[in-house]
Design a protein. Sequence first.
Length: 136
Amino acid sequence: MFQRDLHMARLPDPIRWLRRWADGERARSGSIHNSRKPKMTPEEARKDHWQMLRFLALHALVGVTIGAAVGIGLVLLDIGGLGKLLSRASNPVLSLLLVIVPFASLFGGAAAASAIFTLPYDTKYRDEDDHREGES
């Protein structure tokens, strides 16, 4: 009984642990250098970059539009007496811009940031990698 308890309390082998750690590091470094992603020609890369920029610009434009609508809604619905203050201002156009522009830039930036988080790059490569693994 004493021998069995001693066997269970044995410490892990440091050499085996180091080998497993090194294998994991090699696997991580391979994925860091994008070795699994397919090679793209310069023309494909240029086309892909323009698609990405259009994706981001579209989301930013939608965010700016929503932000401007929120700013205009605040003025038209007279929330907090803002509409009355703007109607009595000596320069109502500048005051209106000072309300709308911050909302538009805030919403546009938030929409662009969420678009960056949802870029379809990973899924594009993940699908191709899954097909390769299934073939072998």
